[in-house]
Design a protein around this ligand. Structure first.
Ligand code: GDP
Length: 409
């Protein structure tokens, strides 16, 4: 059975925790996009792991994790992460595999990345790790894949420094390479979790272009870049937070940006620990944007949603969510493509009652306060999509399951 999990906002929705939770029942975890620019945080007991390239399932001793075709792989960063895991007692040998169609990030791409960003009149806010350049090279057919590492004809196109870099890593990389489609065909009776990076609104095609990542971060990527066809995905799950955050530049219609909202912004940032895993930068915060969430559901065939960070609202008397945009006097209920429309959009807000108690120890959906259930029902109705899991804390056990994604209904 194949289950895909993607971020349904601008990333940082808590995918790492949910992949870690759902991976308990999977045998194989395939990360299908992004590179070392993504950061997932997983908390296990007293230990916290920040993963960038390696799929979150690695923390289980018996799971196979695969870096998929859509990933941009920086061998230096990948082996540094594997060494970090090893030093913390996680044996990865024999269970970390890499699609031989995945592209390699060459060191010179990082410099190109930084130069391109510096030359932009309006910077995108890239992390400067060369991921965007790797995808550009891929599209212009100048990239290098794992499968090309021994191909002298391909290497002849590269600069001497690139070849030197490749030769330094090839012997460690080659044993991890697999033909992903063939491998998954042979494991077609397994439970496979396809793990996304970033989020639906950062997808190259569906996101807020040009303020997007350069890869496929939506559900289509799980198929195309995860080595299977679109009809092989049995379920698509979308993870979203009770509010919204965004890192880097780009339009964010529901951002808290007035003085009167700054206390709420700081409260959410501190309570939800909204600081970047990779950079430590405070994240931009805002109201839950239901217009954007419904768009993410439609553009990705999301079967069910996973609501995270609901606990962050525990102490509030009331809170709001955006149900439409007012753009230069006109009400919009869909997510427009034009950046100018998104920048001019003022959120039309609906108010919800808070529950004013801790939900940290809730185990069953029925034990949630009525006000929390009202919020959930409203989101389900608005998006036309069921919320099957609710996360009420970063710990694994703080997860309420209404319907398991691993059961065929
Ligand atoms: P990802 O990139 O989508 O995996 O998200 P990040 O790991 O960047 O950010 C999610 C952060 O929220 C991490 O620090 C998680 O430990 C934390 N987190 C995940 N789920 C919850 C939740 O339900 N409640 C709270 N309070 N924190 C959560």
């Amino acid at each position: 059975m194949n289950v895909a999990l993607i971020g349904a906002q601008w990333g940082d929705e808590g995918k790492g925790k949910m992949v870690d939770y759902l991976a308990a029942e999977a045998q194989i975890i395939v990360r299908f996009s992004g590179g070392a620019n993504a950061g997932h945080t997983i908390v296990r007991g007293n230990e916290q792991f920040a993963l960038h390239l390696i799929p979150s399932g690695i923390l289980y001793p018996d799971k196979t994790v695969i870096l998929g075709t859509g990933m941009a792989i920086d061998p230096e960063a990948m082996f540094a992460e594997l060494e970090m895991l090893e030093s913390r007692g996680i044996d990865w040998h024999g269970r970390v595999l890499v699609s031989d169609r995945a592209h390699i990030v060459l060191p010179r791409y990082r410099d190109i990345d930084k130069t391109m960003e510096a030359a932009r009149r309006k910077p995108i806010g890239t992390t400067g790790r060369g991921i965007g350049v790797t995808y550009s090279m891929k599209a212009s057919r100048d990239g290098v894949r794992l499968a090309d590492l021994y191909d002298e004809d391909r290497l002849a196109n590269l600069e001497p420094g690139d070849v030197e870099f490749i030769r330094a890593w090839v012997d460690r990389l080659a044993p991890l390479a697999i033909d992903l489609t063939d491998y998954l065909y042979h494991h077609r009776h397994s439970y496979i979790l396809f793990e996304g990076a970033q989020g639906a609104l950062l997808d190259l095609d569906a996101g807020t272009y040009p303020y997007v990542s350069s890869g496929m971060s939506g559900a289509a990527g799980a198929a195309a870049q995860g080595g299977v066809g679109p009809r092989s995905l049995d379920r698509v799950l979308g993870v979203f937070k009770a509010y919204s955050t965004r890192v880097g530049n780009g339009p964010f219609p529901t951002e808290f940006d007035t003085d009167s909202q700054s206390a709420l912004c700081q409260f959410i940032r501190d309570t939800g620990r909204e600081y970047g895993v990779t950079t430590g930068r405070p994240r931009r915060c805002g109201y839950l944007d239901l217009v954007a969430l419904r768009y993410a559901c439609l553009a990705n065939s999301i079967d069910s949603l996973i609501l995270t960070h609901l606990d962050v609202y525990d102490t509030l008397d009331s809170f709001e969510a955006c149900v439409a945009y007012r753009v230069r006097g006109k009400i919009l209920e869909y997510f427009p493509a034009a950046i100018r429309d998104l920048e001019d959009a003022e959120p039309v807000l609906r108010s919800f009652r808070g529950w004013k108690r801790s939900i940290a120890d809730v185990k069953e959906y029925d034990q949630l306060p009525l006000e929390a259930k009202d919020y959930i029902s409203f989101i389900e109705e608005y998006t036309g999509t069921a919320i099957d899991l609710v996360s009420i804390g970063y710990e694994r056990e703080r997860t309420i399951v209404r319907k398991s994604p691993w059961i065929r209904y």
